[in-house]
Design a protein. Structure first.
Length: 556
């Protein structure tokens, strides 16, 4: 939900099926909606989670309700406080505030245990000794019903005794589980006596060693929603088949709240891995520079690369919400950050592949200071002074010794404009022993300063440049999509793009000298860049390319 959508009258332009459910449920009492964003703290959030964050917090805001931030921390073997802290930082950075509504599933462990005891006493749960492999055999298939566990008919007293001993740590991991007693012949595999508690002698990041049994997600999650008074539990489509179990837990827990689960299609993007497990493997195997590698689709990676929260919220708004699975072109996200930054950041000149230009007829030792606008899209940003002298750098791509047709940049005996400066004409080149060009010689017309020429002549090419003596040397990290889509592979596997990171030395005009980590600029005719927050030091300036200046994506 975008920031501009603040009333029900604004719904029409962004309507999705979730609005219909909410309005159907709440009728005229729209102020009581309560949603939640419930991440498991077993990794860093990615752009797919941003969609869920915007949806849950946005819906709550729109309907005058509240949204909780809740950690589903029921699996201590994979969770850590590092992930808890990163998730809180990401949600706040995106612009959302849970205020005093920060919750943890682990805070409800006693209540979960009490509900489990209630189910046992009512004959709706039993302790099972089947191994994981045996349980799979008993479960059946999509076309054949399952078989009842031989332990399904244990007495209530025996189940209570065994479950208590499980809690007290008397049994090893995997030896017993607590299962809901539902229907082994159900066509929904999730309803075939699902496991609701397992033994795990593992240290929990919050509760320490107090517990050695932990609830399964499908049991804990609906109870969390009930305890917190959630009205609409919005989740992704893979939980649609789990909804009957969600409702079963809600109906049998003995509490009055009746949240409604609504599913929507998860975000899939081209050239991007959206599996937390695969992202964790990339980090563990050292294939990326941590969870905040600017190539990663994690929110921390996008933040470090230079994406803005406004651009991510706009992206989530544009892709919309539906039940149909589809893959979004990653270039739409690039479009959104360009659209957000184009009138906000200073446009500077930077040369990422330099070659020296010597202006032969420019006075030796003279330095001029030229005024150049900071952003052509925003006059209010004013102008800056840029030094100019006899020797400058331009990008190698802006010169061609034997120009092709329609090449409008610098070439022998061809005149071009230097941005904010003069017209220059190439009169020769210097080469090394291998025939490589080492410098370009030009002459300039002093009557053409920052204009179209005293005689009214015009040129088609305008080049960016930096003054050789005063340019700031920096490192430019040119990021591209991390993954290559392997369309020939039916499994949809992806392989790392070998050109996802190219590091270059670059020269930038001196106004960036005082730039701080996180500051953003447009490098003229090149792209949008951000000062890296990890590798920039007092002695080294590192820029991450956020996105190139142009994209193949066209907004409709």
């Amino acid at each position: 939900m975008s920031d501009e959508i603040n009333s029900l009258e604004d719904i029409s332009s962004t309507c999705n099926f979730i609005h219909n459910y909410i309005q159907e449920d709440l009728k005229d009492n729209l102020s009581k909606i309560s949603t939640r964003f419930p991440p498991e703290p077993n990794g860093y959030l990615h752009i797919g989670h941003a969609k869920s964050i915007c949806l849950n917090f946005g819906m709550a805001k729109l309907y005058g309700g509240k949204c909780n931030l809740r950690f589903d921390d029921t699996n201590p073997t994979k969770e850590d406080t590092e992930y808890v802290n990163s998730i809180k930082e990401d949600v706040k950075w995106l612009g959302f505030d849970w205020k005093d509504r920060l919750y943890f599933a682990s805070s409800y462990f006693e209540k979960f245990y009490d509900v489990a005891l209630k189910l046992i006493k009512e004959g709706k749960a039993f302790v099972c000794d089947l191994s994981a492999e045996e349980m799979r055999e008993y479960r059946g298939t999509l076309s054949t019903p399952g078989k009842n566990s031989p332990y399904r008919d244990r007495s209530i007293d025996e189940n209570l005794d065994l479950f208590t001993r499980m809690k007290n740590g008397e049994f090893p991991d995997g030896s017993h589980t607590l299962r809901a007693k539902i229907d082994m012949s159900s066509p929904n595999m999730n309803m075939r006596d699902p496991v609701i508690y397992r033994i795990a002698h593992a240290h929990h990041h919050s509760t320490g060693d107090k517990w050695c049994i932990y609830p399964m997600y499908d049991f804990a999650h609906p109870l969390e929603d009930v305890i917190e008074g959630i009205t609409h539990s919005i989740c992704t489509m893979e939980f649609e088949d789990h909804r009957p179990l969600y409702d079963w837990v809600v109906d049998n827990c003995g509490m009055s709240a009746k949240p409604r689960q609504i599913e929507f299609a998860r975000l899939e993007m081209t050239n991007t891995v959206m599996s937390k497990r695969k992202l964790r493997e990339l980090v563990a195997n050292g294939l990326v520079d941590g969870w905040d590698d600017p190539r990663m689709p994690t929110i921390s990676g996008l933040r470090r690369r230079g994406y803005t929260p406004e651009s991510i919220r706009a992206f989530c708004d544009k892709i919309g919400v539906s039940k149909a699975n589809s893959k979004v072109d990653s270039s739409l996200l690039d479009y959104c950050v360009r659209d957000d930054l184009k009138s906000k950041v200073k446009v500077v000149m930077a040369v990422t592949d330099p070659i020296k230009v010597i202006i032969d007829n420019y006075p030796e030792g003279q330095v001029e200071f030229l005024d150049i606008e900071n952003n052509p899209e925003n006059e209010a940003m004013g102008v800056r002074t840029v030094p100019f002298s006899k020797e400058i750098y331009i990008d190698k791509d802006d010169f061609m010794e034997v120009p092709v047709k329609k090449f409008f940049r610098l070439a022998p005996l061809k005149e071009v404009r230097l941005k904010g400066a003069y017209f220059i004409t190439c009169v020769g080149v210097d080469k090394d022993g291998d025939g490589n060009i080492t410098a370009i010689h030009c002459t300039y017309d002093p009557q053409t300063k920052s204009g179209s020429g005293f005689d009214g002549r015009k040129v088609k090419g305008t080049l960016h440049w930096v003054n050789a003596d005063t340019a700031i040397k920096a490192e430019a990290r040119l990021y591209d999509y991390m993954m290559l889509d392997n369309t020939e592979n039916p499994d949809g596997d992806m392989i790392i793009n070998p050109n996802s990171l190219v590091v270059k030395e670059c020269f930038i005009e001196p106004c960036v000298k005082e730039a701080k980590a996180g500051d953003k600029f447009q490098f003229m005719r090149n792209g949008y860049y951000c000062v890296d927050t990890k590798y920039t030091t007092d002695k080294k300036l590192v820029f991450n390319r956020i996105v190139p200046l142009k994209s193949s994506f066209k907004i409709k």
